[in-house]
Design a protein around this ligand. Structure first.
Ligand code: SPD
Length: 388
C-alpha cells in the first residue's frame, strides 16, 4: 500500500512539473509571438476613418494597429510639443504642421517608399499644401476640409420668419441673430485657431492678421455672442445636430454631412444643411506625418501606401464625407459628394477660399488669453441664467 502511494506521489509530482513546464513554454511562445507581431500606432482626428479601414489593413498586412483619436489641433500640438510622441503617424492640419516641422518633430518622407504619391495625388492640392510644407517634404495629404455653418433648416426658418441670414457669418457673430438661436442651441468648435480668423475675416480684416489689437477687437465680438452659445466642443455636433439638440453649429464640412446622414438614419424629420457663408472661409488640409521618434516606420509607410490605394481612400471619403486629394480615387467616390461644391470644391470655389498661416508666439498668447476670457464670460452667463 505504502509503495503504491509513493508511486502515485512520484507520478503526480512529475505530471505537475510537466504541466508547469508546458505553461511556461506556451507563455514563452505567446510572448515571442507578441514580440514578433508588427505594430503601428496611429493618432488621428475623431470621426475621421472608415469603419473597416483599419481592420482590413490589419488583415491584409498582419500589422496590429493601435488607433487613438484627438479632437483639436490645439490638443495634438500640445501633445507633440510636450513629449516624445509614441505614435508612428499623426494627423495635424497643415497650418499647425509648419511650427511642428520647425520644432523637428517629423522626419522627411522618403518618397521612394511611396511610389504612387506623385501619380495619384492631385498636383494642385500638393501645390497648395507646399505653402505650409515646402516641397511636400514631410506631409502626406489625407483630407480637404472647409469650416462653415451647419444648421437645422426648419428650426432656423422658424426663428427668422423663413428668411434666415444663413448665407452670412452674421448668423453666428451678431448678437441680434445669436440671441434668437440661443434657445434651440448654438455650438462652436473648440478651435480658437479657427474662430479668431473667421471673425477677423467677417469684420473685413485679414484672417491672418499679425496685429494683436485686431485680435482684441474680434475677441470683443466673440465675447458678446458667447453667452448665447450652448457649448463649445468639436465632437458632439455630429450627434447633436442630427438629434436636434442644437440647431446651428460652426462645423467642419464632413462632420456636418455626417450629421445629415445620421438625421436621415434617425428618421426624425430633421433637415440639416451646410453652407460656406458669402464672406468666405478657409480651406485646410489634414495630413499624415511620421514623427522622428516613430518606432514602426516601415509599417507607417505600408499604411500610407494603403491610403494611396484609390479604392481604400474613396471608401473613407464615402463614409466621412470629406474630399480626398487622390485624383485616381474620384471615380470611386459617391457622385453625391463629388458633385457637391461644398465637399469637392471646383477650382473657382477653391480659389476663393483662404488658408491659415501660422501665428507668431505673441499672437498665440493674445489668442490664448482672449479665449480664456471668452470661456469665462460664457460660463458666467450660463451660471447666472441657472441661478435666475
Ligand atoms: N471629425 C474631425 C474632422 C477633422 C477635421 N479637421 C479639422 C481641421 C480644420 N482646420
Amino acid at each position: 500500500m505504502l509503495s503504491q502511494l509513493r508511486i502515485i506521489r512520484v507520478c503526480c509530482g512529475r505530471v505537475k512539473k510537466i504541466s508547469q513546464m508546458g505553461i511556461l513554454i506556451v507563455s514563452l511562445i505567446t510572448l515571442q509571438a507578441y514580440a514578433d507581431q508588427k505594430q503601428l500606432y496611429i493618432y488621428n482626428w475623431s470621426d475621421y476613418m472608415g469603419p473597416e479601414t483599419i481592420s482590413q489593413f490589419e488583415q491584409k498586412t498582419g500589422i496590429k494597429v493601435t488607433y487613438d483619436t484627438f479632437n483639436s489641433n490645439e490638443e495634438l500640438d500640445t501633445y507633440l510639443m510636450t513629449q516624445p510622441p509614441k505614435y508612428d503617424l499623426v494627423a495635424p492640419t497643415s497650418n499647425f504642421l509648419v511650427k511642428q516641422i520647425d520644432a523637428k518633430i517629423f522626419q522627411p518622407l522618403d518618397k521612394t517608399k511611396l511610389p504612387a504619391y506623385d501619380k495619384n495625388l492631385d498636383s494642385k492640392m500638393l501645390k497648395m499644401l507646399a505653402q505650409d510644407d515646402p516641397g511636400n517634404q514631410y506631409s502626406f495629404p489625407y483630407m480637404w476640409v472647409s469650416t462653415g455653418i451647419g444648421y437645422n433648416i426648419d428650426e432656423i426658418n422658424k426663428r427668422f420668419d423663413n428668411n434666415p441670414p444663413t448665407n452670412s457669418w452674421a448668423l453666428i457673430f451678431e448678437p441680434e441673430n445669436a440671441s434668437k438661436l440661443a434657445e434651440c442651441g448654438i455650438a462652436w468648435l473648440e478651435a480658437p485657431s479657427e474662430l479668431f480668423p473667421l471673425a477677423l475675416n467677417y469684420i473685413g480684416l485679414n484672417p491672418n492678421s499679425a496685429d494683436p489689437e485686431e485680435y482684441v477687437k474680434v475677441a470683443k465680438l466673440l465675447n458678446n455672442v458667447s453667452p448665447y452659445v450652448k457649448y463649445i466642443d468639436s465632437t458632439s455636433l455630429i450627434d447633436d445636430l442630427a438629434s436636434g439638440k442644437v440647431c446651428v453649429a460652426i462645423g467642419w464640412s464632413g462632420d456636418v454631412y455626417q450629421a445629415m446622414d445620421k438625421a436621415n438614419q434617425l428618421h426624425n424629420g430633421t433637415r440639416i444643411d451646410y453652407v460656406i457663408p458669402k464672406e468666405g472661409t478657409f480651406a485646410s488640409f489634414d495630413v499624415f506625418a511620421i514623427p522622428q521618434t516613430a518606432k514602426n516606420v516601415d509599417e507607417a509607410y505600408q499604411f500610407l501606401n494603403y491610403l494611396l490605394d484609390p479604392k481604400v481612400i474613396a471608401d473613407i471619403s464615402n463614409y466621412i464625407y470629406y474630399a480626398n486629394p487622390n485624383q485616381v480615387a474620384t471615380q470611386f467616390v459617391d457622385s453625391n459628394l463629388t458633385q457637391d461644391s461644398d465637399i469637392y470644391p471646383p477650382d473657382e470655389v477653391l480659389d476663393n477660399l483662404f488658408t491659415l498661416t501660422p501665428k507668431s508666439p505673441r499672437i498665440e498668447r493674445t489668442i490664448k488669453r482672449a479665449w480664456a476670457d471668452i470661456l469665462e464670460t460664457r460660463s458666467l452667463a450660463h451660471l447666472s441664467n441657472e441661478i435666475n
